[in-house]
Design a protein around this ligand. Structure first.
Ligand code: KIV
Length: 276
C-alpha cells in the first residue's frame, strides 16, 4: 500500500507530474527522450532522462513508414508495455495515434488502454482548439494529458509537409491562445514542435504547466528529441534541431548522457538548432 510514499524517500524517486511542475518552478530543465523498447528504456533512464515518450515517431524510426499516420493504438501499447518494463525513475508518456481521439468517448477508451495495457502515466495528443473538449473529458477522468502544438506530424498531409509553425505573428498568437485553453481544460504538459524561439519563449512564460520543446528554442522548460536522432541512426536529411550526440561518444549510453547534460546545462539547443 502506498509504495509511492516509500519511493519518495529514495535517493532518486520516480518522476511524477508534481516533480515536473516543480522543475518548471525551480527553473531546472526537463530532459526528455523517446524510447520504443525495454533495453533502450533502461539505458535512457540510467542516463538521467526525466521523461520518456513512446512516440508515434515509432512509425517512422521503427516501422519504416514515411509518416506517423499508419501507427495504431495496438502498436503504441506494444511498445509502451516494453518501455515500462525498462524504466525505474523516468515518467512514461505514450502517444495517442492518428484518429484515436476524434471524439471524447473514443479518446477515453484509447487513453485508458494506453495506461492499463501500456503502462503509460500520461497520454499525448496533437491538438489545438478542436481538442479542448477531448482534453477536458480526459482530465475529468483523471487521465494526465500532454497537448502537442506547433508542427503536428499527424496533420502532415493536410499541412503539406513538415514545416515550421507560428512564424506569422497572428498564427503565433493563435498558438498561445490554444495552449492556454488546453491548459485550462486540464492539460498537464504542453509540447511545442518546430516553432521560432520567440513563440517557444512566450508560450512558456504564459503557462503554469511545463512546456517541452523540440525545435522550439532554448527558452522552454525542457527539451525532447527522438532517440534515434540523438544516436545518429536516422539516415538522410534531419531537421535543423537535431544534434548528433553520438559523435565523440563510445556508447549509446554516453551519447544520451551527453544529451541530458547539455539540456540540463542549457548548452542544447545551440543557435544552429533553432528557428527564427
Ligand atoms: O512521436 C514523437 O516522437 C513525438 C516527438 C517528436 C515529440 O511526438
Amino acid at each position: 500500500m502506498y509504495t509511492q510514499l516509500e519511493q519518495r524517500g529514495m535517493h532518486e524517486p520516480p518522476v511524477n507530474v508534481s516533480t515536473l511542475r516543480k522543475m518548471k518552478h525551480d527553473g531546472e530543465p526537463i530532459a526528455c527522450v523517446t524510447a520504443y523498447d525495454a533495453s533502450y528504456a533502461a539505458l535512457v533512464d540510467a542516463a538521467g532522462a526525466d521523461l520518456v515518450l513512446v512516440g508515434d515517431s515509432l512509425g517512422m524510426v521503427i516501422q519504416g513508414h514515411d509518416t506517423t499516420v499508419p501507427v495504431t493504438v495496438d502498436d503504441i501499447i506494444y511498445h509502451s508495455r516494453t518501455v515500462a518494463r525498462g524504466l525505474r525513475r523516468a515518467f512514461l508518456v505514450a502517444d495517442m495515434p492518428f484518429m484515436s481521439y476524434t471524439e471524447p468517448g473514443m479518446a477515453l477508451v484509447n487513453a485508458v488502454r494506453l495506461m492499463q495495457e501500456g503502462g503509460a502515466m500520461m497520454v499525448k495528443l496533437e491538438g489545438g482548439d478542436d481538442q479542448v473538449e477531448i482534453v477536458e473529458h480526459l482530465a475529468r477522468h483523471d487521465i494526465p494529458v500532454c497537448a502537442h502544438l506547433g508542427l503536428k506530424p499527424q496533420s502532415v498531409h493536410k499541412i503539406g509537409g513538415f514545416k515550421v509553425q507560428g512564424r506569422d505573428p497572428d498564427k503565433a498568437k493563435e498558438m498561445l491562445l490554444s495552449a492556454k485553453r488546453l491548459q485550462d481544460a486540464g492539460a498537464d504538459i504542453v509540447l511545442l514542435e518546430c516553432v521560432p524561439n520567440e513563440a517557444g519563449k512566450f508560450v512558456t512564460e504564459a503557462l503554469d504547466v511545463p512546456v517541452i520543446g523540440i525545435g522550439a528554442g532554448p527558452d522552454v522548460d525542457g527539451q525532447i528529441l527522438v532517440l534515434y536522432d540523438i544516436l545518429n541512426i536516422t539516415k538522410g536529411r534531419t531537421p535543423k534541431f537535431v544534434k548528433n550526440f553520438q559523435a565523440g561518444c563510445d556508447s549509446p549510453y554516453l551519447a544520451v548522457q551527453a544529451y541530458v547534460r547539455e539540456v540540463k546545462e542549457g548548452d542544447y539547443p545551440a543557435p544552429e538548432h533553432c528557428f527564427s
